[in-house]
Design a protein around this ligand. Sequence first.
Ligand SMILES: NC(=O)c1ccc[n+]([C@@H]2O[C@H](COP(=O)([O-])OP(=O)(O)OC[C@H]3O[C@@H](n4cnc5c(N)ncnc54)[C@H](OP(=O)(O)O)[C@@H]3O)[C@@H](O)[C@H]2O)c1
Length: 270
Amino acid sequence: MMMNDKIAVIGAGMMGSAIIKSLLKGGYRGQITAVDIQLQKLEALEKLGVKTCSDNQNAVNNADIVFIIVKPGDVEKVLKEINMEVKGKLVISVAATVPLAYLCKHAPDAKIVRIMPNLGAMVQAAYTAYCCETNITLEEKQKIQTLLNMMGTCDEVDEKYMDAITAVSGSGPGYMSIIIEALTYAGLKAGLPRNIALKSAAQAVLGTAKLVLDLNEEPAKIKDMTTTPGGTTIEAIYQIEQSQIRPAMIRAIEEATKKSAQIREKLNLT
Ligand SMILES: NC(=O)c1ccc[n+]([C@@H]2O[C@H](COP(=O)([O-])OP(=O)(O)OC[C@H]3O[C@@H](n4cnc5c(N)ncnc54)[C@H](OP(=O)(O)O)[C@@H]3O)[C@@H](O)[C@H]2O)c1
C-alpha cells in the first residue's frame, strides 16, 4: 500500500526519533512533522528532511495521522491540547501503560490505536504489538500495518497482553544488551580483541534470532543443532543450566509486567 498521509509526531525523544528515522528509511513518502519541547532534539531530524514545529495544535491540524510519543504522565496534557484537532484522525499512542479507554476519554472523537514498539525501530527491526479501538476500520488497520512494517514487524493483539509485551519486547533490547555485554566480557576473558569479542557476541545473538524467525524453529532445536556430543557447546550449556538464568529472566519479566500496572495506578491512567 502506497501511503502519503501527512504524519505529525508529538515527542521526538528516543522512541519518537527512532520511529521517524525508520519510516524515512522504510521509504515513507508522506510529509512528517515532528514536535518537541526540546528544540535541540528537532535539529537532527530537520537535517533528514523532517518538518519541525513547536506547536502541537498546528502540527496536528496539518496532519492525517498523529503519533503521540511522550512519557505516560505527559499524555493527558498533549491530548487536552489537541483534542479538537484530532477529530476523525488516526491517533497512534506509543506511551507505555496508557490504556485505550484513557486515550478515548481524553480524545473521544479521534480514532485511537495503542502500540508498543521497541528500539529495534532505529534499524527497522522493531517488534510492535498494536491494539485498536472498535471504531478503527479495516482500511485503517491496513495503513497501521503498512507503517509498522516499515519499522520491522508487527502483530495485532488483545489489549490485555500489552503489559507483558512491554516487558518482553518493549524493554527487550535492554536485557539483550546485558547478554551481549556478558558474552563480550567472556570473549575478553578468553583473550579476544575487544572489537572481535563485541562483534562476534552481537552477531551470534542476531543470527540466533534470525534462525528462530526465518526457519520458524523452536530455540531448543537451534540449541540442539549447535550441541555435538562431548563438544564445547554442551560444556558451556552445562554451566549455564546451573546459573538460574531461566528463572531470573522469568522473574524479571513478571516484575516488569507488574510495574506497568503499578505505573498506571500511580498516574491514575484509568
Ligand atoms: N524508549 C523506548 O525504548 C520505548 C519503547 C517503547 C515505548 N516507549 C514509549 O515511548 C514514549 C516516549 O519514550 P522515550 O524514551 O522516547 O522518551 P523521551 O526520550 O523522554 O521522549 C519524549 C519527548 O517528548 C517531549 N515532550 C514531553 N511533553 C511534550 C509535549 N507536551 N509536547 C511535545 N513534546 C513533549 C519530551 O520533552 P521533555 O524531556 O522536556 O519532557 C521528550 O523530548 C514513552 O511513553 C514510552 O513509554 C519507549
